[in-house]
Each structure stands twice: as structure tokens, then as C-alpha cells.
Ligand binder design. Structure first.
Ligand SMILES: O=C([O-])CC(=O)C(=O)O
Ligand SMILES: [Mg+2]
Length: 388
């Protein structure tokens, strides 16, 4: 059994939206296809992966370093003991050959994208949904097919007034979401409070709002927002300051008693561990948003989950960033608290297999081999194009 070929392409996911830190007018991602020599149900097994929004395509790194490493390795060194399947851990070690530790930069995105495609292939070769494979190998054997999902949006864009923001959020609630998220920090505090109140005004019983500052604030601004936001029953206050400013995050707990969330821009187990060690995050209420597609993939995410357990954190406090089906499978297979979703953005990459509906804030995972991309027609169309 071996990997015959690895293809990659950079595709646009651009739109006129902006958060407090960047706009998405030139945003791209990498799509990867790992072509194997295995045949299942009369078809060649091909694993697919892509990185989530925010870090652009990583084709150059893949072409120069990561794809050649895998294709030049002895195929026998990349399969499991029985020779029955690819071994994602061995492939990860091969990808990381001659890479120094620390300074994770964007290679973690390139590796995370390829790792997603490898796991897709592995679950397809095993003939099971990835969430089942994960529950069998690393969990308690019984996946939880119902996964909490929330709707992220609420971006700034030209001409977007309060009525339009409310309409957007109403659209998510109408589609079955119970928690919605909007951006803050891209307008003065007083304006943001008006935006927040306009959304809170349309929420019904049991419906909640998250706010996301995308790492924009310095200490004083993060504290000013923390004090002002404390008056609202928010689901969480996200990424107030720079992702690596653990002291800022730690100080905020003195000003904000409600739940906070962060971690989408931490790209390794070691960085995640520093957040848990020094960021003052509270395992009884805060949320961790590490996104495997940006941070060396699921092989590394398994290390992060181990680290969290050792530090007294439950996997159920993790709700990853990114809105992709990979994290949805990890959530179902390994008991995460849920997953992000962007109902109207970054298509066709985000979202769920066709026919999967959000009900009271939850989706139910269908029975599709692998990650389940083949169940989403518009996404699979892009994948098929890359592979053929
Ligand atoms: O706007 C972004 O970069 C995405 C983001 O923070 C999120 O989904 O939490
Ligand atoms: Mg965020």
C-alpha cells in the first residue's frame, strides 16, 4: 500500500468582509488530494484536506518541502504494523523531518492540511466514518453523533447597518442555530455595544451570542471591553488580545467573570500548553479553539488533548475554530464541546454534508466513509476537479 501522488491547489475564499484585524478580500486556502493505490468499492481511495480560513494557501511550502518528503520516503515506513492502512503518525513524523522546534509559523498550516487528507484516506481505507475510527482508536468506542454547532458571522462590511446585522443573525436562528457569533473591535466601543444590543434584542429563549475581537486589543482596551461586556449574558468573549499575550488573557479574568474563548491562532501543542499554563483560562467555564487544520493536524491535536487532560481540562471545553468537517468528526469521535460553523461564508469549504440540518443548535453526523466530503456536492466538485 502506498501514496502514489499528492496534489495541491490554491483556491479563493475571498469576500468583502473584515474582522477587527484583517479583511478577507484576498483570502485563499490550499486544497490537497492524497492519491493512494488502494481500491475500495471499485474506486481508488483519495483523501482530501484543506486549511481553514485566515492563513491563505500554503502551496509553496508543500511543493518545496512536505510533498517531496512523503513521496521520497520508503512506502513501507508510512504504513501501520499490519500493513493494512496508512499510519498518520508515521506520515506526520516524515513531514516533520529536519524541522526545528518552535516558531511554528505557517508550516503548521501546510502540515495540518496534508494531515487532514491523510486521515480522510485512512478512514476510507478502513471503510468507516472518521468519527467512528477516532472513537475506536482513541476514545471510548462510542461516538456521540450529535454535535453542538454555532453560527459564526457578524463581520463588518461596507454599508452594513444594525438592521442588516440583525437580519443576518435572524437567518442563522431560522436555520436552527441557538448560538450566534459576531465581530467586535473593528468599531469604537460605543458602536460595538449598539451592535451587540441590537443582536441581543432579537434572541429568543435559550439563544445566546458570542463576540470575537480577533486579537485586536491592547491591555487597556481589552479591560474596557471586559467591563462593558460584563453587563450582557454572552456565550463567550473571544480572543481579546494578541494570541501569544498570555498575561493579557490572564488579567482579564479579574474584569470578566463570564466565559472567555481563545486559541485559534495557537499552532502547536506547546503553544496551547503555554496558554493553559500562563493564560489564566478557567476549565469550569472557558473555551479552547485550537484548529487542527491550522496547527499541524490531528496527530498534533491528539497531543494537545493529552496535554489538556494532564492539566485538568476536559475535551468538552474545546470548540475548534474553522467550521470544517474534520473538526466535526473529532468532536463526535472524541467528545469535544462542539464545532464552529459559517453558514454563509467561506463556501463551499465549510458546512455539513447535504441534507444535514441544524436542530436546536445540533447536527447529527451521517454515515459516510472518511471525513464525509463526498456528501457535500459543491465541495466534492472542487475535490474531484483537483484529483482528475
Ligand atoms: O475572522 C476570522 O478570522 C475567523 C475567526 O476569528 C473565527 O471564526 O473565530
Ligand atoms: Mg475567532
Amino acid at each position: 500500500m502506498k501514496i502514489l501522488e499528492i496534489r495541491e491547489a490554491t483556491l479563493p475564499i475571498s469576500s468583502p468582509i473584515r474582522n477587527a484585524y484583517i479583511d478577507f478580500s484576498k483570502m485563499t486556502l490550499s486544497l490537497v488530494a492524497v492519491v493512494t493505490d488502494v481500491v475500495r468499492d471499485g474506486k481508488r481511495v483519495i483523501g482530501y484536506g484543506f486549511n481553514s480560513n485566515g492563513r491563505y494557501g500554503q502551496g509553496a511550502l508543500m511543493r518545496e518541502r512536505f510533498i517531496p518528503r512523503v513521496l521520497e520516503a520508503d512506502p513501507a515506513s508510512l504504513v501501520d504494523e499490519a500493513g493494512a492502512n496508512l499510519d498518520p503518525h508515521k506520515i506526520w513524523n516524515c513531514l516533520f523531518t529536519n524541522e526545528k522546534p518552535g516558531g511554528h509559523g505557517e508550516r503548521s498550516v501546510a502540515i495540518g492540511t496534508m494531515d487532514m487528507a491523510v486521515w480522510d484516506a485512512v478512514a476510507k481505507i478502513a471503510g468507516v466514518p472518521l468519527f467512528q475510527l477516532l472513537a475506536d482508536r482513541y476514545g471510548n468506542g462510542t461516538p456521540d453523533r450529535k454535535v453542538f454547532v454555532y453560527a459564526a458571522g457578524g463581520y463588518y462590511y461596507p454599508g452594513k447597518d444594525l438592521a442588516k446585522l440583525q437580519d443576518e443573525m435572524r437567518g442563522y436562528l431560522d436555520r436552527g442555530y441557538s448560538v450566534v457569533k459576531m465581530k467586535i473591535g473593528g468599531a469604537p466601543l460605543a458602536d460595538d455595544l449598539r451592535r451587540i444590543e441590537s443582536v441581543l434584542g432579537i434572541l429568543g429563549n435559550g439563544q445566546r451570542l458570542c463576540v470575537d475581537a480577533n486579537g485586536r486589543f491592547d491591555m487597556d482596551t481589552a479591560i474596557a471591553y471586559a467591563k462593558a461586556l460584563s453587563q450582557y449574558p454572552l456565550f463567550w468573549y473571544e480572543e481579546a488580545g494578541d494570541p501569544l499575550d498570555f498575561e493579557l488573557q490572564a488579567v482579564l479574568r479579574s474584569y470578566y467573570p463570564g466565559p472567555m474563548a481563545t486559541g485559534e491562532n495557537l499552532f502547536s501543542m506547546q503553544d496551547a500548553r503555554n496558554l493553559v499554563r500562563y493564560g489564566g483560562m478557567r476549565p469550569d467555564r472557558d473555551w479552547l479553539q485550537f484548529d487542527c487544520a491550522l496547527s499541524y493536524g490531528l496527530v498534533e491535536y491528539l497531543r494537545t488533548l493529552d496535554m489538556l487532560r494532564q492539566h485538568g481540562w476536559s475535551a468538552s471545553r474545546c470548540i475548534p475554530h474553522g467550521g470544517h468537517q474534520m473538526s466535526l468528526n473529532i468532536a463526535a469521535g472524541l467528545g469535544l464541546g462542539g464545532n464552529e460553523s459559517y453558514p454563509d461564508l467561506f463556501q463551499p469549504f465549510g458546512g455539513f454534508p447535504d441534507g444535514v440540518k441544524v436542530e436546536d443548535g445540533y447536527v447529527t453526523m451521517p454515515d459516510l466513509p472518511g471525513i464525509g466530503f463526498e456528501g457535500k456536492a459543491d465541495l466534492y466538485e472542487q475535490m474531484r476537479k483537483l484529483a482528475s
